[in-house]
Design a protein. Sequence first.
Length: 364
Amino acid sequence: MTKLPRWADLVLVPAISLLLAGLISALVILAIGQSPSEALRTMVQGAVGSAYGWGYTLYYATSFIFTGLAVTVAFHASLFNIGGEGQAQLGGLGVALACLALPWPHWTLALPAAMAGGALFGAAWAAVPAYLQAKRGSHIVITTIMFNYIAAALLIYFLVEVLRPPTSMDPASARFPEGTRLPTLHEIPGLSLVFSKQVPANVTLFVALLACWLVWLLLWRTRLGYEIRAFGKSEPAASYAGINPFRVTMIAMLISGALAGLMSINNVMGEAGRLLQNSAEGAGFIGIAVALMGRNHPVGVFLAAILFGFLYQGGAELGLWTAIPIELRTVVQGLVILFTGALDYMVRMFLGLFFRPRPLAGAA
């Protein structure tokens, strides 16, 4: 297959994949007797047509940035971490324990503790599949998938038997102290002029942006990042160069799990104010699509997270203001994943016909 120019690989391939997903989605909407143009107008207006809509879009995007970065770091080490959902759920447990441990006087003190708890629990949950992969050869995809189910069961146990208040029947933890409440964008000086209404997006957004920069710095500006990328390109060559496969596998998965665990400060600490049963809200799985569409680069992950945040909020608006079921959001997400992931090779092969070197005029 013809090698595409870098700009075509980074811009043209995702754009065409999105266009194809949009066209198929329009056909699906037509098939159920609805107007694709009306659906698009509702999604755009509800997700990015107002500061209120942007508040929800950015809230969802914040979670997707963390899980997308988690998949990205592991992928550069040739590790397909599908356990972001479970790692995020266990990260939520770490956030809850940190927030409930002390009567925190202010969120600036509680946030670092919650970040440490979420990252530690997420990394710990990723450490076991990493060890099994590095030492026993157990496939990382299988073990991380199974650990998602174990994490869900473990979280229910802690919610029902340990963290649930004695007088409550709801499988949820107690409310966090008032001092742990993170300010929303509406409450931040300067941004309050833009976000005039209360929105769920909070200061975790800035933590996610910082994480994007730190991951870029790690992967492309440090020796460890070079080792991770070299190991991901060729394990035999990396081993021959003196790179320890066990060390790289463990470190990459620990960082990946920590990033997934950090996601929970957005929805557990920032939005819910307590630990709920489905704390990850499916963001761990969406992170896989975000990383694939973002070409496993922090900038691409950020842009893809905004797109999926748009789909989440726009899909909710569809279910609220039109006769189109909210489940169509899942269909559109699936189509985006299909064309940016499974059918990515098809798009590249098609573009390769246009970028194929042509023989010089008059050549034999």
